[in-house]
Design a protein. Sequence first.
Length: 268
Amino acid sequence: MLPSLAGVSVFYFVPYLDVVRRSVTQNSGESFAGAQNFRDLFQNEAFLLAGANTLRFMAVCIPLLLAVSLLLAAVVLRCRLAGFYKWVFLLPMALPAVSVALVWKLVFHGHGILNALPGLFGRAGTDWLHSPAAFGVMVVSYLWRNTGYNMILWMAGIRQIDGRIYEAARIDGANERQVFTRIMLPNLKQILYTVSVLSLLNSFKVFREAYLVAGSYPDDSMYMMQHLFNNWFGALALDKMSAASVLLSLVILAFILGLYRVWGKEMG
């Protein structure tokens, strides 16, 4: 394990410790600033906007993704062409981000496909990617790209449930809704932790498509934390970027530990 540990230390732990050091120093990394960088974050309008949008995006997308992918997993497992449907839903993950961004432009741009039907999708010429509707476009993009991956994880968890439990429940008169809520869901608590954490981490990868279709300064509704980091990196604002990185890592760690605490008993 020493080679792997050395690689992780050199490429992750050591740089992260340097980020922590820079979060409490001036931009030069030499003068000690204490908690001033963190105080400046909460007075920065761009940070507050990006943080609010990121939290809203996670609050909307993660529950939707968990619910939609679980329902699809339960349905696909009953289909005769389950293998084909798995391939269909996993296909978006194999597409390059540039190709996905091109499709979004063709569909949602001011002269895109949706505007060909103005009576159904608003006024002709509306640029969905530079309007408040851009947030909805990001939600759709995230669900479309990650549903198949989560569906595969749910299917693996469902297959681990002993089929005799289902048979016993149906013999006792349980309907499909009761089987789903009383048997399937309680037995999926372990996989729920893994799927939730992966969904959280994947929510930060939606930036690629958003950046390619709308640039560094998109509509306020889709200005995410990753946009902020990208812009600060271009301006070499290392003190702000380091403080925000430390704060964001603490939030993610708190979320993961909270999930672990909730499902700790079920996990062992």
